[in-house]
Design a protein around this ligand. Structure first.
Ligand code: GLN
Ligand code: ZN
Length: 773
């Protein structure tokens, strides 16, 4: 029998039950016991859905984050969270969120840092280390889940994060070498493995995804040390890698003394044969042949073509699984009763992916005939997608192949454009603006909801949004901002809004994927060639502009961000999909320009997220991502000012690429790091205008004028003041008007002060530049 297993299951629940249970506890509306009961119910359901597998995962179920769970298991929660009374769960949430349900205002501590889990959209809590970190085992949680699964008749395979990846994921606060902690860490892992064996586990899945990244000699050596130390453990270890190719680490993986290796056969497809050849004959090879990161049906026949010879070669040593934890896909396609039927037939969510796995195993064991019906249905779905005219639009293919370098070029260089734009807009020095959205009040959310439900007709809806735009413009005029925005009241989400208006997208109702803690996202599904049947934003922007004499900035989401925040096609390279999106955004930009918008912002909030895991692959990505942005932005006249926005501060390593975007103005996040980011500009002379964020919109704190001037003076040490803009870090939609008004007042008055203090800067960079020509 072919062994099947799963690496992890979504824990949030098909109806986000865990989210609501967590939030009820945090809001004091329920008890720990109620939360734990919901969690146990979800685990039971999840295991039921995995009952056909040879092994179901246990211990990967988390109330907040699996890395934080590992820190708790290893006795490595930060000290600061424990110095209070309260339960262990209190302490856990305090690390996750900076406070726990039982804390009063006095007791909050700063939350653990959160960062992206490899190249996914999931965020984990970064383990904290220092030279004198020590570890001690607390295995209760995972042992309880193991016993719980067994009592439900499940053959359980505990899942833990391996010791080297655990260290790799963390940060040493004192800059000490975290690898030096390995010696102290390994005995705790040994103890944990022993306890899991005693608890009845035969196999343990030990996740080491750090093996798909570039490792220096010390890190490679750490793997050798660690697995030689753990090889005497009384359980079989399945060394689990995912999210990429092993490349130069492949041999190391083959040599580590473990009982089996899991390879992500989707992203490391080209390494399957080599691994099957090189792996010593006593080791299991688990192949992740079902994509755990995307929502398309697997082509079962094609996968069997790959697997059958491997089965002949490896026999019982061949195991089958999804490529990675199913955490990254929604739970159950069955929930989607309103989804477009044709496209729905091409999809598989977590539950359906496990069914595919069973079918594959059965076909290997009993021949394809035993699952003829399933294979037939699958083949029809695969064929219908491959041949669908909704997927392939020759007009789009033609437009993409007609792209030339000229599409990405502005007519003139920045200096020339800047002069023309200055003549047109007459902006003062230190121009003030915002990033796009204004507070999304419960009333405005309600308006959108009523419209969506059909309770509000188009005309009434438009009137209500116009009202909101009017209010927003009025407030900005009163504040004295220089470049206004319409406020984005019509947008639920910066990607969904555009996806809904583009051909080639569908939307699920319950397709939630955990982003962090109780937060979920529902990525739109990009299934086909992209076209833009109608203008998407022009009417709103025109209306907003009609209310003011100040320049009003059109507001769009860029192609790279739309791509990175969607489930995208797997039948063509991401680059090709991105170029299609770029052409659609370009049409919108040109329509805005025609409608009189002189300033247009194209947000690329997720540009950095798309960076490949290995730095050696960055250039390839940046090359096409920047090209896509340029295509979307650069088809405009010289006196049209293009802005872009990115809300993160790690710029140093990609600043050259950002400069190549050639936006006239870029607004970025800086206030939290007190302009630290501007270090990126030390070694690199960024050529165009920049607005370093001076208002941290993630915090309820309202900046004072002096703080803003101080931040701007700091910025001026790195960037010529003539090229500085004054703006918040990001959009204001999550804040309340009561906070936003005083914060923007401080911003505007700081800009006025700066102008008064530095009158020479009135001679703007643009004029200087023109004079120099
Ligand atoms: N224009 C968007 C807004 O203001 C940008 C959001 C973002 O960068 N995440 O909301
Ligand atoms: Zn932002």
């Amino acid at each position: 029998m072919t062994t099947t297993h799963n690496l992890g299951y979504p824990r949030i629940g098909a109806r986000r039950e865990l989210k609501f249970a967590l939030e009820a506890l945090w809001n004091g509306k329920s008890s720990e016991a109620e939360l734990q009961a919901t969690a146990a119910g979800l685990r039971e359901q999840n295991w039921k859905q995995q009952a056909d597998l040879s092994f179901a995962p246990v211990g990967e179920f988390s109330l907040y984050d699996q890395v934080l769970d590992m820190s708790a298991t290893l006795g490595n929660l930060p000290e600061r969270a424990s110095t209070h009374e309260g339960s262990a769960l209190d302490e856990y949430f305090r690390v996750a969120r900076g406070r726990s349900p039982s804390d009063t205002a006095c007791c909050s501590v700063h939350a653990g840092e959160m960062t992206k889990w490899f190249d996914t959209n999931y965020h984990y809590i970064v383990p904290e280390f220092s030279a004198d970190t020590s570890f001690s085992l607390n295995a209760d949680r995972i042992l309880e889940q193991l016993a719980e699964a067994q009592s439900q008749g499940i053959t359980a395979k505990p899942v833990i994060i391996g010791p080297v990846t655990y260290l790799w994921l963390g940060k040493a606060k004192d800059e000490s070498d975290r690898l030096a902690l390995l010696d102290k860490l390994l005995p705790v892992y040994s103890e944990l493995l022993e306890k899991l064996a005693t608890g009845g586990a035969e196999w343990v899945q030990i996740d080491e995804p750090a093996l798909v990244t570039e490792l220096d000699a010390d890190w490679k050596h750490a793997f050798v040390l660690a697995y030689h130390e753990l090889k005497t453990a009384p359980v079989k270890l399945l060394l689990t890698t995912y999210f990429g190719e092993l490349r130069e680490n492949l041999q190391l993986v083959c040599e580590l003394p473990v009982a089996g290796v899991h390879l992500d056969a989707i992203s490391a497809h080209g390494e399957i044969a080599r691994l099957a050849d090189w792996l010593p004959p006593h080791k299991v090879l688990s192949l992740g042949v079902i994509n755990g990161r995307n929502i398309w049906k697997t082509d079962l026949n094609a996968t069997l073509n790959l697997l059958e010879p491997l089965k002949d070669k490896l026999g019982e040593r061949l195991w089958l699984a999804p490529s990675c934890s199913l955490l990254h896909v929604p739970v159950d396609l069955e929930s989607e009763t309103t989804l477009d039927a044709e496209v729905g037939n091409w999809l598989a969510f977590a539950r359906q992916k496990l069914q595919e796995l069973s079918t594959l195993a059965k076909a290997l064991d009993e021949g394809r005939g035993a699952v003829a019906q399933d294979l037939d249905t699958n083949q029809k779905a695969i064929g219908s997608r491959r041949d669908s005219s909704r997927v392939h639009n020759p007009v789009v293919a033609k437009a993409v192949s007609a792209i030339t370098p000229a599409h990405g070029e502005r007519k003139s260089p920045f200096n020339t454009r800047a002069k023309l734009q200055q003549d047109r807009f007459q902006l003062p020095a230190y121009p003030t603006t915002t990033i796009g959205s204004f507070p999304q009040t419960p009333e405005i959310r309600q308006v959108r909801k009523e419209y969506r439900l059909g309770n509000l007709n188009q005309q009434d809806y438009t009137a209500r949004i116009h009202e909101e735009i009017g209010y927003c413009v009025e407030q900005q005029e009163a504040l004295g901002l220089d470049v206004l925005v319409h406020g984005e009241a019509e947008r639920n989400d910066m990607v969904e809004y555009f996806g809904e208006q583009l051909e080639g997208y569908v939307f699920s109702r319950f397709g939630w994927v955990q982003s962090y803690g109780s937060r979920c996202v529902k990525p739109p599904i990009l299934f086909g060639d992209i076209t833009r049947p109608n203008a998407m934003t022009v009417d709103w922007i025109k209306y907003a502009q009609s209310l003011t004499d100040k320049p009003l900035k059109g507001m769009l989401t860029g192609p790279v961000t739309i791509l990175n925040w969607s489930f995208v096609r797997d039948d063509q390279p991401r680059k090709d999909t991105c170029l299609q999106l770029a052409l659609a955004v370009r049409e919108e930009v040109q329509d805005l320009e025609k409608a009189g918008a002189g300033i247009i912002q194209i947000d690329e909030a997720a540009l950095r997220e798309g960076l490949p895991l290995r730095q050696s692959d960055w250039n390839t990505y940046l090359e096409w991502a920047i090209e896509a942005f340029r295509i979307s932005a650069n088809g405009v006249e010289d006196d049209t000012q293009i802005h872009t926005h990115m809300c993160y501060s790690e710029f140093n390593d990609i600043i050259g690429a950002i400069a190549r975007m050639d936006a006239d103005v870029i607004t970025i996040e800086t206030s939290r790091s007190a302009m630290e980011l501007l270090d990126a500009f030390k070694g690199f002379e960024y050529p165009n205008d920049i607005g370093p964020g001076v208002y941290d919109i993630h915090s309820p704190n309202i900046p004072q004028t002096a703080q803003v001037t101080d931040l701007m003076e700091k910025a001026a040490q790195r960037i010529p003041a003539e090229r500085l803009w004054v703006n918040p870090d990001c959009g204001l939609k999550t804040r309340r008007w009561e906070e936003v008004i005083p914060a923007l007042e401080a911003m505007v008055s700081a800009a006025k002060e700066l102008r008064a203090q530095h009158p020479q800067i009135q001679t703007s960079a643009r004029e200087l530049a023109a004079a120099a020509q």
